[in-house]
Structures are given as C-alpha cells and as structure tokens.
Write a protein that binds this ligand. Structure first.
Ligand code: RP5
Length: 165
C-alpha cells in the first residue's frame, strides 16, 4: 500500500498542471508521499471545503495550491485549515500571472498563505519549501535537501563563460 500523502498538491484546473507538475516532479525526486488533485474554488467550492477540513485529520503536513486568474484557492484553503498553505500563482490569463500573484499574496492579516513566485519557479520552490517543512522532523529528508543544494552549488562553481573567464 502506498504511504499516506504528507503533501497535498492542488490546482484550480487540469490546465494548471503544466505549471504545477514542476512541484510534483520535485516531490517525486525526493521520494515524498504526495497527492495531486484538481480542486477549484469557484467550480467545486464544496470539494474545496471538504479537502481543507480533511487535510489535518488525513495527516497532510502542507498544501501546495496553484491557481490562475482571481486565485482564491490558496486563501480559501488556508481559511479552512491550519495546515500550512503555499500558494503558487499560475500564469493563465492575459495578465500573465500578476492577477493571481496579487490575489494570493494580499491575504488580510490572520490567515496566512505563503506565496511563491509566478509560474514554474514558484511551483518548484513551493515543493522545496514543503520538503523543508517535512525535514524539520525527518533528518534523512533534510540530508537529501542539503545534498540537492550542494549538487547545484557544485555546478555553479564549475561554470565557465564562453571566453574562458
Ligand atoms: C483558474 O482558471 C484555474 O486555476 C486556471 O489557472 C484558470 C483557467 O482554467 P481552465 O479554463 O483552463 O479550466 O480557475
């Protein structure tokens, strides 16, 4: 039987997976138990409430929520659960994700959403942040996260520019 998910990745539309898949790939790379679902704030509001209410009893330790446009999904989830919510603004409209960014980041005080960058960078960082949360109680996972960073440091240190500078 698969491990119970520790991280929930939710998105407002299947179309968001083009961006949010980047978060899923990081969680897979680290061997973190996750689930990925479509939960829409405006098209499936009851499902959103159910998901948020069950998140803590089901053992989720963090939720990564991505949505485009007037992106209510992360904030509404955060309103219904104390499980930390990391919001990813998805570039889905003619406003290039700025609409989503402002919708997610401008939460009134009292209900926090940790807001990441627009698009794939935000999705990747949301996953890394969720992993860092898990690593506070999972030393082996923390070691993997440290090694992941070291690998990238090694690559950058070895980089040379075209003229050999
Ligand atoms: C938002 O509207 C979704 O999060 C998505 O980013 C955007 C477009 O959704 P679809 O029309 O592709 O389903 O709710």
């Amino acid at each position: 039987m698969a491990d119970s998910p520790l991280i929930g990745v939710v998105m407002g539309s299947k179309s968001d997976y083009a961006c949010m898949g980047a978060a899923v790939r990081i969680l897979k790379e680290f061997g973190v138990a996750y689930e990925a679902r479509v939960v829409s704030a405006h098209r499936t509001p009851d499902l959103l409430f159910e998901y948020a209410e069950q998140a803590r009893p089901r053992g989720l330790r963090a939720i990564i929520a991505g949505a485009g446009g007037a992106a209510h999904l992360p904030g509404m989830l955060a309103a219904k659960t104390i499980v930390p919510v990391f919001g990813v603004p998805v570039n889905a409209t003619s406003l290039n994700g700025m609409d989503s960014l402002l919708s997610i980041v401008q939460m009134p005080k009292g209900i926090p959403v940790g807001t990441l960058a627009i698009g794939e960078a935000g999705a990747v960082n949301a996953a890394l942040l969720a992993i860092a949360v898990l690593a506070t109680t999972d030393a082996a996972l923390g070691d993997r996260l440290e090694n992941w960073r070291k690998e990238r440091e090694t690559i950058v240190r070895a980089e040379t520019l075209e003229d050999g500078a």
